[in-house]
Design a protein around this ligand. Sequence first.
Ligand SMILES: Nc1ncnc2c1ncn2[C@@H]1O[C@H](COP(=O)(O)OP(=O)(O)OP(=O)(O)O)[C@@H](O)[C@H]1O
Ligand SMILES: CCCCCCCCCCCCC/C=C/[C@@H](O)[C@H](CO)NC(=O)CCCCC
Ligand SMILES: [Ca+2]
Length: 566
Amino acid sequence: MEIPPKPPQLLLSSQFSLQNRVCEVTLNSAFLSWKEVGLRQKRTAGNIYGPLKAAGSHYVPVCEIVSVQETEEECPSAGVGKWQKVPQNPSESNSHAFTVSYVERTQKHRWRCSEVTFHCTDGTLCLQWVQAIREQLSLLTIRPKSLLVYINPYGGKHHGKRIYEQKVAPIFSRASIFTDVIVTERANHARDHLKSEAELKKYDGVVCVGGDGMFSEIIHGLISRTQCDSGIDQNRSDETLVPCGLRIGIIPAGSTDCICYATVGSNDPVTSALHIVVGDSQPMDVCSIHHDTTFLRYSVSLLGYGFYGDVLTDSERKRWMGPARYDISGVKTFLSHRYYEGTISFLPADRNVGTPRDKMQCRSGFPKIKKSSAGCLQTDDKQVSKDKEIFSDTDTKGVWQVIRGKFLAINAACMSCACPRSPKGLSPSAHLADGTADLILVRKCSRFDFLCHLLRHTNKDDQFDHPFVEVYRVQQFRFTPRHEETDSELDLREAEGSGRKRIFSQICKEHSACNCGLAQSSWNCDGEILPYAAIQVRVHCQLIKLFARGIEEQSIFDEPSALSAI
Ligand SMILES: Nc1ncnc2c1ncn2[C@@H]1O[C@H](COP(=O)(O)OP(=O)(O)OP(=O)(O)O)[C@@H](O)[C@H]1O
Ligand SMILES: CCCCCCCCCCCCC/C=C/[C@@H](O)[C@H](CO)NC(=O)CCCCC
Ligand SMILES: [Ca+2]
């Protein structure tokens, strides 16, 4: 039987002056609230993006208070050069005041740090309030007190340092968070520092100021350090990796910022800073990628061969263009319309984690997916779709599937990969922490059809609803490009003169410009090119944790019904 939650305990209730009006202010163990005295209370849906409020009432959850401080309103006194307190209005003369900074939701999942200042004539009362609020904040032990910050000064439009100093550092300082800041001096500086030098015990988290490439450096440093400390060999693709203890915060300052966007719902530095301050925690899956017995890289967003690999290869030569390089290279790659041949084998995911086409988008706290002590997933069955269109569990559980063909793109997404270019992402129903990736196969088709498929990433239409697109939810997969297929794999091809084709394939290896389907592409792994085309990929469930909570359902802030318990 579920034990009902305890009602919040009333801690303080007093009258203060707020902008010339008298307000009743209440603090309980869950909320700080205030309402104008004498106003009749009427619950309304209010401003859908505003703070939790009924008409004239404001409710701030204690867990969303950033800080509280005694306020002294001062201005220079003429001529003397000294500063003295000056009341803002008559009712606030002899005024003592305290200011509460708190999270306020605005449009499109963005958060702001708002302030409210309460005035009264009794200094002791103000102090009592400040202490009571601080005491409640001190109970929030999930909040970080000390952070290690890495800034890539060259990510995106080269604004990382300025974004941190102007928008983020003031919020951390208001929340009394200690920071050690390192501005990187070269690529892989942050990775190498985390791997072997950083005194990680000093910190409650690591913050990355940059784009997806910088985030990738941070996870490589942290994951490698954790495996090394635990005696795990990353070159063994069958190893169970040890989850990282420290949470990672992303302050977006890159070109795509897909990981930030898909875990927070926006690419806004202030919003990310506030998610760090309130101590959010979002577990995330990570793919390990091996070539035979060599570990190559980890991936959390896109692993793309063909189209996205070619876009990245071309765009790397245009880094000087900044974020626009992806648009130019995207159009160029689209026009070249190359396809690639090879074999994909994959191990389908358990049916209880849903399917890529079930329209169950990953949202904050839903569906409840927990990693069991045995490392596998437990889901709340009632929340999981019963969509059966691709495989039935009994047919495929634990059985590798093999698909050969000619592909314009082979993409694997461990999460939705939503970003400003594609607000619902490459795989809109992929989940952040379910131990699976969505494998998307785009077979050879006409330019027009491929364009329709690409454009659907930018609107509400279903990009998988084409006869040339297949999508599978997988735990592991392998890819072998056509020219690396073994004799036995080639022998398996039906109705193909295998001897003749193999000779042709060797010729085409050196002839990547010809559109014969036997040329090789490269894998785009979270924005980095992999050195091998033949890879094995395995998803590690919830290997890392972010200072995020997943994308919030906007509707929970539309109406104050959640406040009825107060
Ligand atoms: N000081 C530095 N000098 C040069 N390169 C750096 C430095 N610090 C980090 N890097 C590298 O810069 C690359 C790109 O950085 P980042 O991801 O921040 O920006 P981006 O490429 O513009 O954005 P995105 O990855 O979102 O497309 C990363 O791969 C990182 O390794
Ligand atoms: C001709 C019309 C084309 C319209 C196509 C729109 C489709 C956009 C889907 C975007 C998916 C982004 C996935 C994220 C990948 C990141 O790990 C990676 C590093 O930041 N970014 C890219 O590779 C950059 C990839 C940029 C691709 C354009
Ligand atoms: Ca996943």
